[in-house]
Design a binder for this molecule. Structure first.
Ligand SMILES: C[S@@+](CC[C@H](N)C(=O)[O-])C[C@H]1O[C@@H](n2cnc3c(N)ncnc32)[C@H](O)[C@@H]1O
Length: 387
């Protein structure tokens, strides 16, 4: 997927037009003109054909998908599938799949994932069905489903691994006040606007998702406005959902993706933090400066009722609670089984001047913070001193 993203970021429009003369009319001087809806539609169709061997006739009255952006979201879904360990053929639910079911369509060309695309617009789903038939995509790979606005989108979909959506952008007032954008955003009102805008759409998803805390599903949504992050992240915090992340990508305009889950895997921070934002979640990866050289393996092995394994350079440390605490010793371990199942898992790497600790599994941050404190204190002691 990375390679396709790179290809689309570096399109030579003159070369593309030489192979697809239908693009010629949209050049202004030597530059491709992205400011008309028709120009964007033609370009999207050509990109789908040239880079994905997909024949798609886009409806000129509907929203035109920007293929490079759609691909970047799919790439993030790929990282989520990998980091949350969701297997080789995960089931992806695309809410509001639109008239070409663009995410499932591209996904079916590039991955082995299965998709369910839902929409409230019957005509869009009919169009999407035709697109799938014309491109020989089997209904085993992509199912389409008509839903009603306001329904719980997750009710009947228990085994869904990742949820993705590009929600309608505006609220009821926003669409009316829509300043002339370049290009003018063309689409059916229900594609462009929703009650309360995109932030309310995502908040509704969050509210529905908390009904299923036992599922491993990773929920995600595209966010079109930075201002939407505040209410969305506010809702996640209000509901105590700590396993969330933000991702950012830009072409001409910036877009964000928010994701959250009740899955206990804790992905690395490089897919869950954006630059300089107060909306970022708390870190899963912390570096501790190495003041004194310590034998980390010996030290961690000496902690009773924990296990360590080596994976090349990485030490995998597992514990079912803060078993090294005074409180634990005093109470003789009565709170030992506080963390059920696998407990907490950390991947610890000794680097030249620091130790990297990645909390990669668990639901009790207190264990992570206590372990950080324990290792920090150990590295600050001169060798031989007791803890
Ligand atoms: C911004 S468009 C996205 C279309 C397509 N996924 C894309 O990225 O180009 C939003 C889509 O969500 C659909 N939609 C709006 N409310 C919905 C809801 N409650 N459930 C499912 N789909 C909805 C609209 O009909 C529209 O197709």
């Amino acid at each position: 997927m990375d390679e396709k993203v790179r290809l689309l970021e570096n399109i030579n429009f003159h070369q593309l037009a030489a192979q697809h003369p239908s693009l010629d009319q949209f050049f202004v001087g030597s530059q491709y003109n992205f400011d008309t809806h028709e120009g964007l539609i033609e370009l999207a169709q050509v990109i789908l054909l040239e880079y994905f061997q997909l024949k798609v006739q886009l409806d000129k009255t509907r929203l035109c998908p920007r293929i490079p952006n759609r691909l970047k979201y799919l790439r993030l879904v790929g990282s989520l599938v990998e980091q949350f360990k969701l297997g080789d053929s995960p089931l992806i639910l695309d809410i509001g799949t639109g008239h070409t079911c663009i995410y499932p369509l591209l996904g079916s060309r590039l991955t082995s994932w299965r998709f369910i695309g839902t929409d409230i617009d019957e005509r869009s789903l009919e169009c999407a069905k035709k697109v799938l038939e014309e491109n020989n995509v089997s209904s085993e790979r992509i199912q389409l489903k008509l839903v009603r606005s306001g329904d719980d989108p997750f009710m009947d979909i228990e085994n869904c691994d990742v949820v993705m959506t590009n929600p309608p952008f505006y609220d009821e007032t926003g669409i009316k006040q829509n300043k002339p954008e370049k290009p003018v955003l063309v689409g059916k009102p229900t594609e462009l606007a929703t009650e309360g805008g995109e932030s309310q759409f995502i908040i509704n998803m969050i509210n529905h998702s908390v009904k299923y805390p036992g599922r491993n599903t990773v929920y995600s949504s595209l966010v079109g406005k930075y201002n939407s992050l505040e209410p969305v992240v506010g809702k996640l915090k209000e509901l105590n959902i700590t396993n969330y992340g933000l991702s950012e990508f830009s072409n001409k305009t910036k877009r964000w993706i928010v994701f959250w889950t009740f899955n206990k895997n804790r992905p690395s921070d490089n897919i869950r933090m954006i630059k300089r934002s107060t909306f970022n979640p708390e870190k899963h990866e912390i570096f501790i400066p190495l003041k004194n050289k310590i034998n980390l393996v010996d030290f961690l092995s000496s902690i009773q009722r924990t296990t360590i394994e080596r994976e090349n350079e990485v030490i995998v440390f597992k514990t079912k609670g803060i078993v090294w605490s005074r409180k634990f010793r005093r109470t003789n371990g009565t709170n030992f089984l506080k963390e059920k199942g696998l407990g907490s898992i950390f991947r610890i790497t000794e680097l030249e001047t620091k130790i990297k600790i990645h909390w990669c599994y668990g639901d009790d941050r207190a264990v992570f913070e206590s372990l950080l404190g324990l290792i920090t204190r150990k590295t600050q002691q001169s060798s031989g001193e007791p803890l």
